[in-house]
Design a binder for this molecule. Structure first.
Ligand code: PXG
Length: 464
């Protein structure tokens, strides 16, 4: 395929017509967007022919890597058979049914929670809007309509629609558009490096951080709380991995007050943490599980909610008509691609690979970064990794926001052909699950190079 493009022309049309997400439009216009033209395996290429190792799997989604013919074939075949039909008005379609059954078979039962039902959308944001609707409907049907409040966490990311952005805890998003919407409130995130007290162990901190949920429930009034929503590991917030004690204590608290637990697994499902679903990794029992992104490895938009038996039973048996749904709920092409994608993951045993030897190798190599003078703490969970850049390793002194260290490092990553994301002073990755040992070695080589160049720059600026 001819992927040679006139970069200047594309950039000028881009700035004339395309308003990008989470972008300073004027700033982008002045510098010109990077034009990505093709991808294969774990690499993308830009319009200047530069080859870049994509350690972010697109945006946490291309778990099976780029260039998978089976996914293109599935889309092509489904488009020629039935490109679209809705699932309103008592109709259904074959791929949507098959995928729902497949997802139900993959989602493990934990304790008294099992997952037999799926509600489809086209994105993570929409799925979380659906969660808000389902949670409130559930409590209405149980005769407790006063249970409206959903508790989330600061620095969580749950999407960009009105409900998604409200559930999320990003202050920059709340500052625009009168958010959060009513009855959504937040507690602090379990970020040990930042919020651990001197002398406190990670495990002690995990219990204390979970305790903030109980404090909030008591402050709101236990009979007003509908649900708690959280990502197993916070992704967009900077790969914040909770201490091992956190989730069990959260489980104890939600059980004590009988509130619903929503596990937002838009990033953490489909092998990312070494399991089909993230809740398996930590062993907690969600009532609703949000998914999107890697269900199709990002090849086509699809999202949804795995609805656990506790909620499904009430909605199905007592609910009557549920007045909620999308044109593309159960889109046949998206569902066909998802089935093919899950087929690849099963055949290549990608969750098992991340859980097993290749995941251990990644963890071991990434942990070596802890010896780098700029790294305060480097941690992984499955195939996500985060590290914090520090001024002083011994005292854990951080850089100032204005120092822009993350951006300096990100610049060096890109300059040397690596996509690694910066979130403040944290550098994060979520590599494709198909990486081999030698891919991991190459990625680590590029990370070290970027860190060394960042250190050199910071020294030159007198910041070290
Ligand atoms: N929940 C979680 C946990 C997510 O990570 C969404 C919901 C929303 O999904 P949609 O499909 O509506 O975008 C996400 C999305 C970043 C970044 O900068 C992360 C996401 C989206 C955009 C940027 O890391 N995650």
């Amino acid at each position: 395929m001819n992927t040679v493009v006139d970069t200047a022309l594309i950039q000028s049309l881009d700035s004339a017509h395309f308003l990008h997400p989470f972008t300073d439009f004027k700033d982008l216009s002045s510098r010109g967007a990077r034009v990505i033209t093709r991808a294969e395996g774990i690499y993308v290429w830009d319009s200047e022919g530069k080859k870049i190792l994509d350690a972010m799997s697109g945006l946490w989604c291309v778990n099976v890597g780029y260039g998978r013919k089976a996914l293109a074939d599935a889309a092509h075949q489904q488009m020629m058979t039935l490109p679209y039909y809705n699932s309103f008005f008592q109709t259904t379609n074959v791929p949507a049914v098959q995928l729902a059954a497949k997802l139900a078979s993959l989602a493990p039962t934990v304790g008294d929670r099992s997952f037999q039902h799926v509600f489809y959308s086209s994105s993570g944001s929409e799925s979380n809007d659906s969660n808000v609707r389902m949670v409130r409907r559930y409590w209405d049907l149980l005769g407790q309509p006063q249970r409206k409040v959903i508790i989330s966490r600061h620095n969580a990311y749950h999407g960009s629609t009105m409900a998604g952005a409200s559930l999320g805890g990003m202050s920059g998003m709340h500052a625009q558009g009168d958010l959060p919407i009513p009855n959504i409130t937040h507690i602090e995130q379990p970020y040990f490096f930042e919020n651990g007290k001197p002398g406190e162990t990670a495990d002690e901190f995990g219990v204390r951080a979970a305790g903030w949920l109980e404090e909030k429930i008591l402050a709101v009034g236990p009979n007003k709380v509908a649900a708690f929503i959280a990502e197993p590991v916070q992704g967009a917030g900077g790969v914040i991995i909770p201490p091992a004690t956190y989730w069990p204590e959260i489980q104890r608290i939600v059980d004590k007050y009988g509130i619903l637990l929503i596990s937002d697994e838009v990033i953490c499902a489909f092998g990312r943490l070494g399991h089909w679903f993230g809740y398996e990794k930590f062993g907690y029992k969600p009532d609703l599980v949000t998914f999107a992104k890697a269900v199709t490895s990002g090849y086509i938009p699809l999202g949804g909610v795995m609805v656990g038996n506790r909620v499904a039973k009430v909605l199905i048996e007592q609910g009557g008509e549920f007045n909620h749904g999308y044109t593309y709920s159960g889109h046949p092409v998206a569902c066909a691609v998802a089935l093919a994608n899950i087929g690849i993951m099963e055949q290549e045993q990608l969750p098992q690979k991340v859980h097993g030897e290749i995941g251990s190798y990644f963890a071991q190599r990434y942990a070596e970064l802890n010896d780098h003078p700029l790294v305060g703490l480097a941690e992984t969970c499955g195939f996500v990794g985060g590290l914090v850049l520090v001024k002083n390793k011994k005292t854990k002194e951080r850089f100032k926001d204005d120092d822009g260290v993350g951006m300096v490092c990100r610049g060096h990553c890109f300059g040397n052909g690596l996509i690694m994301r910066a979130v403040g002073d944290r550098m994060i990755i979520a590599p494709p699950l198909v990486m081999t040992r030698s891919d991991i070695d190459e990625m680590m080589r590029l990370i070290y190079l970027a860190l060394d160049l960042t250190q050199r720059d910071l020294k030159a600026r007198g910041l070290l």
